[in-house]
Design a binder for this molecule. Sequence first.
Ligand SMILES: Cc1cc2nc3c(=O)[nH]c(=O)nc-3n(C[C@H](O)[C@H](O)[C@H](O)COP(=O)(O)OP(=O)(O)OC[C@H]3O[C@@H](n4cnc5c(N)ncnc54)[C@H](O)[C@@H]3O)c2cc1C
Length: 217
Amino acid sequence: MGTNQLQTEATTVKRLPARASYERDEAYAVLDEGLIAHVGIAVDGQPFVIPMVYGRDGDRLLLHGSVASRLLRTLDTGTPVCVTVTILDGLVLARSQFHHSMNYRSVVVLGTATRLGDPAAAAAALECIVDHIVPGRPAEARPGNDAELRQTTVLELPIEAASVKRRTGGPIDDDADLDLGIWAGVVPVHLSIGEPVPDPDLGDVALPASLDPYRRP
Ligand SMILES: Cc1cc2nc3c(=O)[nH]c(=O)nc-3n(C[C@H](O)[C@H](O)[C@H](O)COP(=O)(O)OP(=O)(O)OC[C@H]3O[C@@H](n4cnc5c(N)ncnc54)[C@H](O)[C@@H]3O)c2cc1C
């Protein structure tokens, strides 16, 4: 593991720095719980921020996509990238419109990605990404074959420059507004996983072990 501190000049939180952290453990907790990465690049001065799935293996983020993808092809040139993962925890309703907010945990990772050219390394990275979607799933699903791997670009992004920011707690209203008689508080938000829906062509195949956490009690 690299240094425990992920702070660089570019990842230093300027606004409300008390909400920031640069600890790997905190960053990794958010990255491991999050599901979607928003991957930002600039192409000819035009920023693009594209949603992707991802995985984390130790101190690196793993991304994959079609070899034809503009995003993947651009990343493969070593262009600077910004990856953001956000978990929404609550809607914060204040007495004033001005102080409305959200409770969240988010991570921003900056760096440059490198293609995993070694087929074994790429295949292992794809397993890591699938495992991030549903833990334990790689052991149940067919691994990628040579043709599939040839159609796929797999990239690693070292997690060396990053920041965590989070907001917790209720609204921070002005004292003068506290007696307005307007409801204020937090509406918690949770990601809800539904009951698995079998594919129509499945036949008599039982729900796999990886979906045990999603079974209706
Ligand atoms: C939850 C989620 C996970 C995904 N995971 C992956 C992944 O792991 N790997 C992967 O390759 N792709 C993934 N995708 C699809 C990804 O967002 C892109 O559509 C895809 O990578 C193509 O990228 P591109 O740069 O080649 O797109 P292009 O087709 O070249 O983009 C051209 C334009 O299309 C529009 N566009 C592209 N993608 C989107 C989008 N998702 N939503 C709205 N407009 C869009 C934008 O305006 C963009 O400028 C995921 C999408 C979602 C929503």
